[in-house]
Design a protein around this ligand. Structure first.
Ligand code: EPU
Length: 431
């Protein structure tokens, strides 16, 4: 197992190009299941989660070819419609094959994803939505078994609101199933995230009739079949926000290229409150850094509000602000594992009831720390780049799930980050 050795205190310079969105690519690759024709997906990042999704699709009879940033797929046979536990347990997003499989094959079994480092993540909304389309759903042996009624799925009016608002993957699953259902489906309280919009646009390019995506009410007129697809996924908005915060925390005027500035309004607004400006180009953003920054009060909520996936990097920035910041987590109230690691670097953070109170300190100091999930890992890289001395970050396999060659790309900006063998890794610590 490898870890990152980060020597902090360096200023960064230059520009960094944003990779294709992981969370857009995962459900978009699953539309391969919905057509017998060939599909080509572009701007696909080389990430562990994408590899897992392709393995799941292969198990489901999809043949694939991946070269550079392009993945080509085609359904070879539709014999196996079971997405196995061994794969879905390693990546919760594997559950997004459920809607496409049910729509295309009328019957499927998808492993329940199981536990997750972010806290409880139920899939009741996914199931409720598919049942509203007429599917019979049961849980057997750890699997969701779904079956369309005789005559196929039927359009319906579906309210998809949950305890914490909408769910991205529940909206994706129900939308995919409704695309091939008979009649009209209206999803109320749909997720408005850009990744849902990208999926809907991709499906429309294949002949689906979806409208209203990007708003809380999506209308889908069912069609009989979908055609071939050639789709380029959107740039990763979470990676973009991570780089903005990397520039801010290292006081570096870096430029992020190939991004969608309109997806960053919430992050840019919080940075502005803290006294860090961001200059906006058509497809680029440049950080105008400040030597010291102010505090902020931030609440994570569904898009277009501040994203939960940017919460951990923001915590690192708040740790060095002048005064006390408050970060309230409304999507995953238990997603604060980063706080304990940042404390090891000298941060003053207390966490209770889904809220972190961050008393800014003048400096962080390097320390051995551990990534508990993907975004926590990115936050610790950022904190390490700002800290005095050396940070040894272990369990970086979490980072590789969602950030492509992060160390190499940050090195090009001038960061002192090296990938080395983790000699202290305990055997079996990969769990
Ligand atoms: N929820 C329910 N019932 C459901 C589904 C969701 O109550 O049936 C609740 C969850 O408990 C949670 C909220 O709704 O409070 C968010 O939903 P969920 O966990 O279902 O999120 P998701 O759609 O599975 C996507 C991203 C996550 C991101 C969340 C929130 C993908 C592949 N994943 O997950 O990304 O945090 O939306 O924006 O799109 C990441 O990239 O690091 C990541 C975790």
């Amino acid at each position: 197992m490898d870890c990152f050795l980060i020597r902090g205190g360096r200023r960064l310079s230059g520009s960094i190009a944003v990779a294709g969105s992981k969370n857009a690519a995962l459900p978009i690759l699953a539309v391969s299941l919905m057509t017998g024709e060939p599909c080509r997906f572009r701007n696909i990042s080389q990430l562990r989660d994408i590899q897992t999704q392709i393995k799941i699709l292969n198990t489901l009879g999809v043949e694939s070819h991946w070269a550079g940033k392009v993945v080509e797929t085609r359904v070879r046979d539709s014999y196996n419609s079971t997405a196995p536990y061994e794969l879905v347990k390693t990546m919760r997003a594997g559950v997004c094959v459920l809607g496409p499989l049910l729509a295309a094959r009328g019957e499927c079994a998808v492993s329940l994803p199981g536990g997750c480092n972010l806290g409880e993540r139920p899939i009741d909304l996914h199931l409720r939505g598919l049942e509203a389309l007429g599917a019979e759903i049961s849980i057997e042996g750890g699997y969701v078994k779904a079956k369309a009624p005789k005559g196929g799925l039927r359009g319906a009016e579906i309210y998809l609101g949950g305890k914490f608002g909408s769910s991205v993957l529940a909206t994706d699953n129900v939308m995919c199933a409704a695309v091939l259902a008979k009649g009209v489906t209206v999803i109320e309280c749909a997720a408005c995230e850009p990744e849902v919009v990208d999926l809907a646009d991709c499906l429309n390019s294949m002949g689906a009739q979806i409208s209203g995506h990007g708003s809380p009410r999506i209308t889908i007129k069912g069609v009989k079949r979908l055609k071939a697809c050639d789709w380029s996924v959107i740039p990763d908005r979470i990676e973009t926000a991570t780089f903005l915060i990397a520039g801010a925390i290292t006081r570096s005027p870096i430029t992020i290229t190939g991004c969608r500035p309109e997806h960053q309004l919430a992050t840019i607004d919080v940075l502005r409150q803290m006294g860090i400006r961001v200059e906006r180009g058509r497809t680029s953003l440049t950080v105008v850094p400040a030597e010291r920054w102010k505090t902020a009060e931030v609440t994570t909520l569904p898009y277009p509000a501040f994203a939960t996936d940017v919460q951990s990097p923001m915590l690192a920035l708040m740790a060095l602000a002048e005064g006390t910041s408050i970060l309230t987590e409304r999507i995953y109230p238990d997603r604060f594992m980063t706080a304990a690691e940042l404390r090891r670097m000298g941060a003053t953070i207390s966490v209770a009831n889904g809220q972190a109170v961050v008393q800014g300190v003048p400096r962080l100091t390097g320390a051995p720390v551990m990534a508990s999930d993907l975004r926590a890992g990115a936050a610790l890289v950022i904190a390490g780049m700002a800290a005095e001395g050396e940070t040894r970050l272990s369990r970086i396999y979490h980072i590789e799930r969602g950030y492509e060659r992060l160390d190499e790309r940050l090195r090009k900006l001038g960061a002192a980050i090296e990938r080395v063998a983790d000699e202290d890794a305990a055997p079996g610590a990969a769990g």
